[in-house]
Design a protein around this ligand. Structure first.
Ligand code: ADP
Ligand code: GLC
Length: 489
């Protein structure tokens, strides 16, 4: 059966991105299309989005207008996202703001985020419920807390005459839950019945992600290992009870990568294109990387990091290990931004090790590609990682991942231990426990393996040959949609 699915997210490439969620939301329509799913994406009309779809000042094709959407005027504009249908929520009082999607230019979260993303959820539920003529959906797919009120509105306040539409709630990161004070409840436009433990109430306030998890027909997360981990308080962060209570309905579907965007054979950002058969050409990219990061030229390994600079990503532990990394002949090129104290510490480390440590604070998509194409190994020492995409890009580019054994990192990288090496299967290095000793040992192992060129090349090639395209996971989502739609009829 051909299905029509509405996917709602707060970011999607190529229009707006702060992290992996955007990669996934942007890739999903093409991922599920081969399996009979026509996906429409709903996104907030941030300035970058409005500009990209060329719909400034009431331009663009208006599908629907609201006099008051949680108190503000709004309209829905039809556009395209990579050839697939896109609907943009143009609500200037909510979204026409400078800064990131979630906060002001100084990095402080917008105080009315609850209202901005409740509005997004309301609109998604309206669309899925059939409020807009000519748009019919069989299922709603919501991503993360910013979209999580959509299943809740669908359950507790559907549009009049709406059919029962099943929904999927995907958790990309349990650490961000959208938890607000109880005083907002009265302004959400939900019936009193929604104020309950089975509804939106969470620790005496309103929990957006919690509400979506309760209301959705199925809950997924972005790797099988993380789906297991979030049953424990350490990873479930307060929501482990709901995960456990939903039992087998919580499944992990690992993210794919967009192999058109991330392909070393055709990537235009690279100084030299290459494949698993022509790894020697990577050296031109390595030389380019040394230039960009002000690193000494050398034959030793260059470790790279492309990351949000936060506690989740274990960046504080990497800072402790830097002297060791340099001491054993490694160099480091780091691109990222985040916690100001961590940024400052990396700057200081670069000053301490001129020519050995190069730092770029900021966000630079093309540079991220060049680093994967020229670096020897990518470090991902995350304390938790629902899926992680940079290790997948590393695998595709022959930039060997050195990862903590958690979440999607555990599921996507095969440690090149003795057994794996004998079987010709290793694709990277895994270490257990994000602490100085474990990371320092992993870095030492990487340097030692790097100096055995045949072994290292085999690891690179194994990773490059592995299939991390969306085909398997696109089918997994499509199968889940089909099951839920069949069960709802
Ligand atoms: P998360 O979503 O938790 O930040 P992921 O590994 O899933 O982690 O996704 C991060 C995405 O953001 C990847 O596409 C990565 O290349 C990109 N990225 C992260 N930091 C930067 C940066 N400073 N510049 C360019 N791209 C970045
Ligand atoms: C989140 C997670 C990351 C995951 C991404 C896309 O940002 O932190 O692990 O890859 O979402 O699902």
């Amino acid at each position: 059966m051909k299905l029509s699915v509405l996917s709602v997210a707060s970011e999607a490439v190529p229009l707006v991105k702060t992290g992996g969620l955007a990669d996934v939301a942007g890739a999903l329509p093409a991922a599920v299309a081969p399996y009979g799913v026509a996906m429409t994406t709903l996104l907030p009309g941030y300035p970058a989005v409005m500009q990209a779809i060329g719909a400034k000042r009431n331009g663009g094709r208006t599908l629907h207008s609201y006099n008051s959407l949680l108190g503000e005027p709004a309209r829905l504009v039809a556009a395209k996202l990579g050839g697939h249908p896109l609907i943009v929520l143009d609500a200037p009082n909510f979204f026409a703001r400078p800064g990131s999607p979630y906060g002001d230019p100084a990095g402080k979260d917008w105080a009315d985020n609850w209202r901005r993303y409740a509005a997004l959820g309301r609109v998604a539920a309206d669309l899925a419920g059939g409020a807009v003529k000519g748009r019919k959906f069989d299922l709603l797919h919501a991503h993360d807390w910013q979209a999580a009120m959509a299943p809740a509105y669908l359950r507790f306040a559907p549009v009049a005459k709406s059919r029962a539409v099943p929904s999927v709630m995907t958790i990309h990161n349990m650490a961000f839950q959208g938890h607000f004070g109880r005083e907002i409840f009265g302004q959400l436009g939900l019936p009193k019945a929604a104020w309950s433990i089975e509804g939106v109430e969470y620790h005496k306030g309103v929990g957006f992600l919690k509400a979506g998890m309760e209301a959705a027909s199925a809950v997924t997360t972005v790797s099988p290992t993380y789906a297991g981990e979030i049953r424990d308080p350490e990873f479930g962060m307060g929501l482990e009870g709901i995960i456990t209570s939903r039992g087998d309905q919580v499944r992990g579907i690992v993210n794919g990568i967009d192999t058109a965007e991330w392909n070393p054979e055709s990537d235009e950002a690279l100084a030299a294109n290459y494949s698993a058969r022509t790894l020697a050409k990577r050296v031109a990219n390595k030389r380019a990387l040394e230039m960009v990061f002000g690193l000494e030229k050398g034959d030793g390994p260059i470790f790279i990091v492309v990351s949000r600079l936060t506690w989740q990503k274990g960046m504080d532990v990497l800072l402790e290990v830097i002297d060791h990394l340099v001491g054993i002949g490694g160099r480091l090129a780091l691109l990222g931004s985040g916690d100001p104290a961590i940024e400052e510490d990396f700057r200081a480390a670069a000053l301490r090790h001129p020519g050995r440590i190069g730092i770029r604070i900021g966000y630079d998509e093309a540079l991220a590609h060049r680093m994967q194409g020229g670096g020897d190994a990518i470090l991902v020492p995350s304390r938790f990682e629902p899926c992680g995409l940079t290790q997948l890009y590393g695998l595709a580019y022959g930039c060997v991942p050195v990862v903590a054994r958690t979440g999607g990192l555990a599921d996507t990288v095969i440690d090149a231990n003795l057994a794996a090496t004998a079987a010709g299967a290793g694709t990277g290095i895994q270490f257990a426990g994000v602490n100085y000793r474990a990371l320092a040992m992993a870095v030492s192992r990487a340097v030692a393996l790097y100096h055995q060129p045949d072994v290292w090349k085999a690891i690179q090639r194994n990773g490059m040959k592995a299939d991390f395209s969306w085909s398997r996971s696109g089918k997994a989502y499509a199968d889940l949609y089909q099951q839920l739609v069949a069960a709802s009829r």
